[in-house]
Write a protein that binds this ligand. Sequence first.
Ligand code: BDR
Ligand code: CA
Length: 309
Amino acid sequence: MVIDCDPGVDDAVALLLAFASPELEVRGVTTVAGNVSLADVDRNAARVLDLTGLPEDFPLVSGVAGPIARQRRMRDEPVHGPGGLGGVDLPDSPRRHREAHAVDWLADEALARPGELTLIAVGPLSNVAMLLRRHPAAGAALREIVIMGGAAFVQGNVTPAAEFNFYADPEAARCVLESGLPIRVVGLDVTRAALFPLEAAEELTALSGTAGIAGQLLSAYTRRVTAASGATGSPVHDALAVAAVTHPDIIGWESGWATVECSGEYTRGALVADLRTPDRDRPTQIGRTVDADRFVRLLSERLAGYADA
Ligand code: BDR
Ligand code: CA
């Protein structure tokens, strides 16, 4: 699989989880502007890969710098803190991004192994939409696209209707959801039901190496989120999308048809999921329920495995 991301604290944790998951063969990481600018996302992704001990030539490929059809809108609130990684100061990385553009690199990867590559997309869908537009045969060669985005039956986190990744590039999200490709959507419906407790984050912080850094990232993020929400933990949205691939039954899925509102005055970026018609010809799996305890255990154990790394 490949992870397309915009780190972002939960993107960083998703990457750490993926590289600690023996179920996955991660072929590369692509980046897209979202939580912070593409330059900041690129810097953060390189620094996070350094934490995993991967060789410097592991594929890291930079992608699209903004929404495909409109002007970039920044986040109003810095949920991910200064620089996008919760203010946690990671050392500069010697890692260089590949020369290729992420969209073309993804196409080559998909075409090299038809029907095998899963794309986990945890940022705005700008790269994925460009892939489907520029290289439709490569899109069709994907095994599956697993998306963190949307809020089908709960409130959004940017507007009442819209979740950040879909709001940031609604036209891209619509293009992907209406592609007819096999898609699973991990939205706020499930990520908000699987809160990672501050206590668990602090336990990780006490560990050495990358496990301790993961704890610092999660603690800073969780404190910021819980100060606003009053909850005892925070969603780790993007990591749940990775868990949905390693342990698909951690989430309860319902199939239907889905798209994204692009023009509504109050609803732009909203995920519109129609679960009344499971046999329509564009089926998408939407996450409806989640085994929260299992997710918290899985994430804690796998991040703790980085102690001494
Ligand atoms: C999504 O928005 C970003 O801030 C997170 O990284 C996650 O991908 C949650 O709405
Ligand atoms: Ca993200």
